[in-house]
Write a protein that binds this ligand. Structure first.
Ligand SMILES: *Cc1c(COP(=O)(O)O)cnc(C)c1O
Length: 380
């Protein structure tokens, strides 16, 4: 059996090595490393794939979120409503800009922001809602967009974990996540579903004006005239080598999603019915693209399971052990005083198993057998 990893980017690369190597060498020969045709082509292909009018590439997913907030004019003293059960990047950028993150609960089934609690968190200072499509499952964008339009708020989708997911509206329309809110943000961090061989990120929007502003901010606030800087910006670029690799991987994205969903089906089938294991919920309003395969454990010593698996060569991870509102960095906002019992409950019970495009059934059976072995012998 091949050794187990949370993510197997090495074997994934081997399958597309020839294409990727040729594309990288072409960039090296062109010596057009920043901007240019390769980056623009990738942005155009990604826009087509995602059904978004504009894709603005940038240096990473964190920058994408920051630039999105800047472009929407959200400033110090304003508030954005966001889940606490997320990767820190989502909320860190708000804090960096002096924006107060207002943490709300997630739906314990989907792990995504609970639309029911958003309305209660809205104040005169609220400017935006920032849903996170956690683990590859979409937040309830239909409900979120309805609240946003009722209160005139912006929606910034953190689509770093769900690129390629389809969201189905009740009127029968269908959109890709990241193309639904005013701005969608994604990350091309190597382990993401569309991963580069380094850092990368992008912003999506259908709004022509916003696209200009996003592009301007990502490029030192420079207007269409070179060396004329109209707004305060930053320097955030996707380089051509990464764009060339991503363009090839984009062509395989649907196939990669299928491989992840197939692996998830195998796990689901193996674990379903076990009272100690709650398998990932799959909402009917979207396709889960399984960036992570995350279980909720009931009456299981999670740390012991993690150690037991590690001894057998099976990695497992806790995403995320400390929710954002309990992170020290947010004490300045008084976030440690708020109570989010569902979020706390989840952070104590979730565990993620290896999930990637290269898992085979032998590996998965090995993982399943050991998870079940531990649970059967240790739990009540
Ligand atoms: C990865 C990730 C980010 C940040 O992306 P980077 O490219 O690492 O900056 C933001 N939000 C979520 C939910 C992520 O998973």
């Amino acid at each position: 059996m091949r050794p187990l990893q949370m993510v197997d980017t090495k074997n994934q690369y081997q399958k597309i090595k020839k294409e990727v190597d040729e594309a990288v060498i072409a960039v090296l020969n062109s010596s057009q490393f920043i901007g240019g045709k390769v980056v623009n082509n990738f942005a155009e292909h990604l826009a087509n794939y995602n059904g978004s009018k504009h894709v603005i590439p940038c240096a990473n997913g964190t920058d994408a979120l920051q630039i999105a907030m800047m472009a929407l004019g959200i400033k110090a003293g304003d508030e954005v409503i966001t889940p606490s059960f997320t990767y820190i990047a989502t909320v860190e950028v708000a804090a960096l800009l002096g924006i107060t993150p207002v943490f709300v609960e997630v739906d314990p089934k989907t792990f995504c922001i609970d639309p029911e609690v958003i309305e209660k968190a809205i104040t005169p200072k609220t400017k935006a809602i920032v849903p996170v499509h956690l683990y590859g499952q979409a937040a309830n964008m239909e409900a979120i967009m309805a609240i946003a339009s009722k209160y005139n708020l912006y929606v910034i989708e953190d689509n770093a974990q769900a690129i390629g997911s389809d969201f189905f509206f009740s009127d029968g329309t269908q959109k890709k996540t990241g193309s639904i809110g005013h701005i969608g943000c994604t990350s091309f961090y190597p382990s993401k579903n569309l991963g580069a061989f380094g850092d990368g990120g992008a912003m999506f929007t259908d709004d022509d004006e916003l696209a200009i502003t996003l592009r301007m901010i990502a490029s030192h606030g420079q207007s269409s005239r070179r060396y004329y800087h109209d707004v305060v910006g930053c320097n955030s670029r996707l380089d051509a080598v990464q764009a060339a690799i991503l363009d090839i991987k984009l062509g395989h994205l649907d196939e990669y999603i299928q491989a992840r969903r197939k692996a998830a089906d195998f796990y689901d089938k193996s674990f379903s019915g076990n009272k100690h294991i709650e398998i990932p919920f799959r909402a009917e309003n979207n396709t889960h693209v399984f960036h992570q395969y995350t279980l909720i454990l009931h009456d299981v010593n999670r740390d012991q399971l993690n150690l037991f698996l590690a001894e057998k060569g099976i990695p497992s991870m806790i995403y995320y052990p400390v929710p954002a509102h309990k992170q020290k960095m947010f004490e300045q906002f008084g976030s440690d005083k708020i109570e989010l019992p569902i979020t706390d409950w989840l952070t104590q019970r979730v565990i993620s198993l290896p999930m990637h495009t290269e898992l085979d059934e032998e590996q998965q059976q090995f993982i399943v057998n050991h998870v079940l072995e531990f649970i059967n012998q240790s739990s009540i």
